[in-house]
Design a protein. Sequence first.
Lengths: 110, 110
Amino acid sequence: MESSFAILAEPNRRSILSLLAASECSVGELERQLRMPQTSVSKHLRVLREAGFVEARVEAQKRVYRLRPEPLMEVDAWLTPFRRFWTAHVDALERHLDQMDPTPKKGKKR
Amino acid sequence: MESSFAILAEPNRRSILSLLAASECSVGELERQLRMPQTSVSKHLRVLREAGFVEARVEAQKRVYRLRPEPLMEVDAWLTPFRRFWTAHVDALERHLDQMDPTPKKGKKR
DNA sequence: GATTCATATTCCCGTCAAGTCATATACTGA
DNA sequence: TCAGTATATGACTTGACGGGAATATGAATC
C-alpha cells in the first residue's frame, strides 16, 4: 500500500490529476492532452485508481475517470502542522485571532 | 532538480520534517528519535537541504537543522485547485459528484 | 598534533518503478 | 459473426533510490 505522497511523486500522475480537476475525462482525452502513450496513461490511472485518487465509470467503450478527494485531503491534512511556518510571518495577529475563534463560519448564506 | 513531491515520497524524510516542525534538531537528535542509522539521516538531510526544505547552522561540532517553508508552500499551492472538491459541498460530493458539474459533455465538433 | 565526537561522503548491492512493445479484453455496430 | 474502437495487462529492460558498512572531514579538547 503506497502512501499518497509516493503516488504524487510521478509528474505525469500529477498532470492527470490536474486535468481531472478541471473536468472528468476519458482515457483517450487524457492521452491526447498529455501526449503520452495510451499504455502509460492506463498504467498511471491504475495506480491512481488503486490508491483512491480517481474512479472510473464505464460509458460504452470508454471509461470516464473522475477525481476522488480523499487521498488529497490526507495530504492537505499532513501539511497542517507546517502551515504556521508561513502563516505566522504574514501576521502574528492571525494567531491571536485563532485563539479567540468564537466565530462560527459564515459565508454568504441563502 | 527534483520536485518537492518526489522529496516527500520518502517516509523517513517526512518524519524528519515532522520532527523539525516541532523544533529544530541536531543530526544526533534526529538519529535517536527516529532510531535510524546516522548515515541515513545525513543522506536524507542532504536531499532535504538541496531541495530547500531545511537549512543548517553550525554550532560547535553539531549542525542544527531547521525548517524552511518555501517547498511546502509550493505543495500547498498545488493543492489549491483541488480544494473545491472537499471544502465546498462535502456532503453533496459524497452523494453524487456529477451533480455539481453539469457541464455539457462535448466541446467541439469535427 | 593526536584523539574523540559529530557529521558527511563514497561504494556496493538489492529492489522497485516507469517506459516500451506486444497482446488481450471489452464493447459497438454492420 | 467480423471489423473497429477503446482500454487494460504482461513481459522485459533500464535507471534511480534507499540501506548498510566503511571511511573521510572537521571541530574541540587534551
